[in-house]
Ligand binder design. Structure first.
Ligand SMILES: [Zn+2]
Length: 97
């Protein structure tokens, strides 16, 4: 296995499960090749950092939501529900008239 193939498998392993043969030859290459070993670890770190970053963004959005914005959203949801209830009522009113 050359480095090109190894690095391809390293990134492929992030998204899909490698076959036993692929894992075996990749592990063997990583034992012998410093460059690919580093690449593999950096990719794992990068992936973890990206996962953390996306978690932080989600958390930040909750923090950034001011009480005022929170109330407006709640009102919008309530009025949305109310209009659905009203829309459901209208046919009844017509039928009784
Ligand atoms: Zn290599």
């Amino acid at each position: 296995m050359d480095c090109k193939h190894a690095s391809h498998l390293v990134s492929q392993a992030q998204d899909t499960k490698l076959t036993l043969g692929q894992r075996f030859s990749l592990r063997f290459h990583l034992m012998l090749c410093d460059a690919c070993n580093r690449f593999s670890r950096q990719l794992a770190l990068l992936r973890e950092a990206m996962r953390q970053a996306s978690l932080n963004i989600e958390r930040d959005e909750h923090i950034r939501l001011s009480p005022d914005a929170h109330q407006r959203i709640s009102l919008a949801i309530q009025s949305g529900r109310q209009s659905i209830v009203d829309a459901g009522r209208n046919p009844d009113q017509h039928s009784t008239n």
